[in-house]
Every structure is written in structure tokens, then in C-alpha cells.
Design a protein around this ligand. Structure first.
Ligand SMILES: [Zn+2]
Ligand SMILES: [Zn+2]
Length: 341
């Protein structure tokens, strides 16, 4: 079968090639991949990658073969899958249900073969049948949406009426904003002039408003829309140092700052001002865990978010390089690759 394989740690070792079709094992499902989303981490490099491996951790497809001992799935079932295919089960984090923090965690598309291929194997314990009203393309968005659920619901417990600032209108930032908005929060999503197209699309979801910080003073907007104290919560989804600085400035005392973008370098900050004097709560949100997926399924079934709007490009797997470039240049919001088109 055709698969997009990263052969070494270096990003330029990515190659579309023929590899043997995977054979289903007891307890696993063989899934014919119908849609697979390109993630920023695929393009910028995945730190936990163990090559050679098929990339692709955001996908959906049709169950074509069922391993021994699996009862709750049937051929033809439309599924997506959690990315954690192995966790040790006995470390402190596993015992507490925080599989995303297990040091031995193995994720699809980084340490196990992922979805940029004609077929992928997934354990039946991580596969999820998704609602009929969602397309395969939308099904491939469950992974980033589960990341948003982990940040918004599990880390920050966003509630109705809270004032939320989201920095960065990439796919994750938009999903974070939409989810917080759907939960009743008043959400401002901020981006820059090069994000104009993304901000425009984001404004079709349940946000209070979008702000282009190159054209408008974000401080003034926060004052006008959130009042003199500032935001209750800031979700940082850019990974850029200046955004982190302004996010901290715009929080009210005792507010919460949630880091969701990857920065790739250390950050300095004024502890006296932000932690001692303002009692800010700082935390992060790393990928998702089992509970995030179950909640994502429930929320996407009930809340009709305009997920389709995020899919700006759909390409055959052969054109993966074009899809990666569109993602790298931030021209796309979400690129979907189709192995069978
Ligand atoms: Zn991703
Ligand atoms: Zn563990």
C-alpha cells in the first residue's frame, strides 16, 4: 500500500512509498483511511518521533477487518481513533487517567504507524464510531477537537459568562474559541494581518468577535469588551513569545493562562508581578486523554459547530507535499489528504 513514511529524524526524509499492508492483530481493527488531516506538528517536526514511521495522527476511515476478541465493531463502521495506542497502565499518570503524560506513551503517527496511508491499524480500545451527521473529513477533526476539549474543559473548566481571550487562529485556536463560545463564554480570538482569512472563517463559529492585532489595539478591545479587569482566561495557541507576553498582561488577577502552542524555547517572565502579586494560574494542555475523546464525541454530537469551514483544502495523498507547504505557509486552515482519491 502507499504510505507517507518518515524514514529518519530529519524532516526531509519524508517519502511516499509502497510498504506492506498491515495485518490485523487480536484486539485491533484494520481501518481503510478515508481522510487524514495535516497537523502543524507533522510539518514542523514531532519531538517524540521514532522513525521509520507512517505519519498522520488525525484521521477517520472505515473498518475493514476485525481482530480476534473484538465484539463492539463491525465491518463498515465509520471510525476515528485516539492517538495513544500504548500507555504503560501502571505509572502514576496512567493510574490517574492522564495517559497523555505517561512517559512510555506511544502515539499513532509518531511512535506507531499513522493515517497517511491506505490502511492503519488501531486498537479497538481507542477506536470510536463517530456520528452519522459528520463526514469522514469532519471525522478527521476529532483529534484536534479532543485537544481543544482537554484544554477548555479538562484543564480550564470554562464556564458560561467567562471572558476568554484566544491567541492564534490556527485550527487549534479556532476550535478552542468555538468550544469555549459553545459553552457560553464570551470569546475574543486574536490574530495578525496574515491570519485575515483564518479570522474571517473563525467568525462563522460561536465567538463574540475576532481581532486583528495589526489593525486594532488589543488592550483597548479587551477594555471595551471585557471591562477594566481583563480576561478571565487566556489560551495561548501561537507558541510565539510576544503573544505570551501580551496574554499575561491582559489577564485579570487570579486569571488562568493556558499554554497550548509549542514554543520550542525557554520563556522568561516576571514572577513577582504575575504569580506573587496577581496570583495568576499558569498551566498547559498537552494533546488529549481518553476522557477528552469521550467528551469530544458527546459535544460534537450535540453541538453543531461549523467544522466543515475549517477544511480549506482536500488533496489526494500523492499531493502531500503541496498540503504540507500550504500548512507551513499558513495559507490553509486544515488540509485533508485522501489516500483513495
Ligand atoms: Zn496534531
Ligand atoms: Zn504510564
Amino acid at each position: 500500500m502507499r504510505a507517507l513514511v518518515q524514514e529518519h529524524q530529519e524532516k526531509d526524509s519524508l517519502v511516499l512509498k509502497e510498504i506492506p499492508e498491515p495485518k490485523v492483530m487480536p484486539g485491533w481493527l484494520k481501518v481503510k483511511v478515508m481522510a487524514a488531516g495535516v497537523c502543524g506538528t507533522d510539518v514542523h517536526g514531532i519531538s517524540s518521533l521514532v522513525p521509520p514511521v507512517v505519519l498522520g495522527h488525525e484521521f477517520s476511515g472505515e473498518v475493514v477487518e476485525i481482530g480476534e476478541g473484538v465484539e463492539e465493531f463491525f465491518p463498515g463502521a465509520r471510525v476515528t481513533s485516539e492517538t495513544t495506542v500504548y500507555h504503560c497502565g501502571h505509572c502514576l499518570y496512567c493510574v490517574e487517567g492522564h495517559f497523555n503524560l505517561c512517559p512510555d506513551r506511544r502515539g499513532l503517527g509518531s511512535r506507531a504507524d499513522g493515517g497517511f496511508a491506505e490502511y492503519v491499524l488501531v486498537p479497538h480500545t481507542t477506536a470510536l464510531i463517530f456520528p452519522e451527521h459528520l463526514s469522514y473529513e469532519e471525522g478527521a477533526l476529532f483529534e484536534p477537537f479532543a485537544c481543544a476539549v482537554h484544554g477548555v474543559v479538562e484543564q480550564a473548566s470554562v464556564k458560561g459568562g467567562e471572558k476568554v481571550l484566544v491567541l492564534g487562529p490556527g485550527p487549534l485556536g479556532i476550535l478552542v474559541g468555538w468550544l469555549a463560545g459553545a459553552l457560553g463564554a464570551k470569546v475574543l480570538l486574536a490574530g495578525k494581518s496574515e491570519d485575515r482569512g483564518r479570522l474571517h472563517i473563525a467568525s462563522r463559529g460561536p465567538l463574540y468577535d475576532v481581532v486583528n492585532v495589526d489593525e486594532e489595539d488589543l488592550n483597548l478591545r479587551i477594555g471595551d469588551d471585557f471591562g477594566p479587569y481583563g480576561a478571565d482566561l487566556v489560551f495561548e495557541c501561537t507558541g510565539a513569545l510576544p503573544a505570551i507576553g501580551s496574554g499575561l498582561e491582559l489577564l485579570r488577577k487570579r486569571g488562568m493562562f493556558i499554554q497550548m502552542g509549542i514554543i520550542h524555547k525557554p520563556v522568561t517572565m516576571d514572577f513577582d508581578r504575575f504569580l506573587f502579586s496577581s496570583e495568576l494560574v499558569l498551566t498547559g494542555s498537552r494533546t488529549q486523554k481518553h476522557s477528552s475523546w469521550l467528551r469530544a464525541l458527546e459535544i460534537l454530537d450535540k453541538t453543531h459547530l461549523p467544522l466543515k469551514e475549517l477544511i480549506t483544502h482536500a488533496l489526494p495523498l500523492e499531493k502531500w507535499r503541496e498540503g504540507f507547504d500550504l500548512t507551513l505557509r499558513r495559507e490553509a486552515i486544515k488540509v485533508i489528504l485522501h489516500p483513495w482519491k
